[in-house]
Design a binder for this molecule. Structure first.
Ligand SMILES: [Zn+2]
Length: 307
């Protein structure tokens, strides 16, 4: 019996290890065979074939496998060697290890260990006298203008319904439901529901100003709830369901004022409060993207065209 038990134990240990390894790998981006050949098996792409050799755009180069930021475009220079060249890395992003060839110094991503290329010192290309020679395929370039996202905070009753409409809107990158405007830190849903925290159920919207605008989002906001209702929304009564816009800058404030006037001119009586944005507290996970998780639709956020 004993050897069999021992064997059984070893098998369990092996399978647990395999599980751990698989789980770790799943956090990384899936690699194509070409990417894996370079990033995992340390092959080198052919010179002048990589997509970033001549890239002069301003932005950040991330690790293709794990998305860790590696290099900034300010440190890229033209070395005419056929691969993207940098004379500096983002501090702590790149690890140097002796290459298997016994001569060169290999560079790997400090976060995931993925192969990047080699580093050479003393070639006098730039003042820093260093050349990170990196395979394009080991990296992913994110232009600066794509990283400049903007935020908006809308409260229009139960945040499940508010988020439902905004997460589907054009140009919206991310939505999070949470609490804003109260006097307590890190509130829970239960605390907010007591009506004593002063917090309002709010949706944080991160959007790409190249694809949409605050004005477009504002129209959607008014068109998806009853902004004339005071002290609640639909059947949800209480300060946490009040219609509120938390503005993050003067431009947003002025646009809201403009639209309040447009609505008044149309005969509406907008009850939406306009307040400067204080700290936003994310709600519990089970509230996030609620209707998508439940495959449902909001009970009090029905779209109606106004503008
Ligand atoms: Zn990495």
């Amino acid at each position: 019996m004993k050897p069999i038990l021992l064997l059984f134990g070893i098998l369990i240990l092996i399978s647990q290890n395999a599980c751990t390894l698989t789980n770790k790998k799943m956090d990384f981006n899936k690699l194509t065979p070409q990417e894996a050949a370079v990033i995992l098996n340390k092959a080198t792409e052919r010179p002048y074939t990589g997509e970033y050799v001549d890239n002069k755009e301003s932005g950040t180069y991330l690790c293709r496998q794990c998305d860790a930021p590696l290099y900034r475009s300010e440190d890229k220079f033209d070395s005419h060697c056929g691969w993207p060249s940098f004379d500096d890395e983002i501090p702590g992003a790149v690890k140097r290890v002796p290459d298997a060839d016994g001569r060169r110094t290999e560079i790997i991503c400090a976060n995931c260990g993925g192969h990047l290329g080699h580093v050479f010192i003393g070639e006098r290309f730039t003042d820093k006298n260093t050349r990170h020679c990196v395979n394009s395929i080991s990296m992913k370039f994110i232009p600066d203008n794509k990283t400049k996202m903007e935020k908006a905070y809308f409260a229009s009753g139960c945040f499940w319904g508010t988020e439902y409409h905004f997460m589907k809107a054009k140009g919206v990158i991310e939505t999070t439901v949470g609490y804003m405007g109260g006097h307590t830190q890190n509130p829970t849903y239960k605390e907010v529901c007591t009506g004593t925290t002063g917090h309002v159920e709010t949706t944080e919207i991160i959007y790409d100003p190249a694809k949409t605008s605050f004005e477009e989002l504002l129209k959607l906001y008014y068109e998806t709830h009853d902004f004339e209702q005071v002290g609640g929304q639909g059947p949800d009564i209480g300060a946490q369901y009040q219609s509120v816009i938390f503005y993050v800058n003067e431009e947003q404030k002025q646009l809201v004022e403009k639209y309040m006037k447009i609505l008044s001119d149309k005969g509406y009586k907008p009850a939406t409060e306009l307040r400067p944005a204080p700290e936003f507290w994310s709600a519990e996970d089970y509230h996030q993207e609620y209707y998508d998780k439940k495959n449902g639709t909001p009970y009090c956020h029905i779209y109606r065209k106004i503008f």
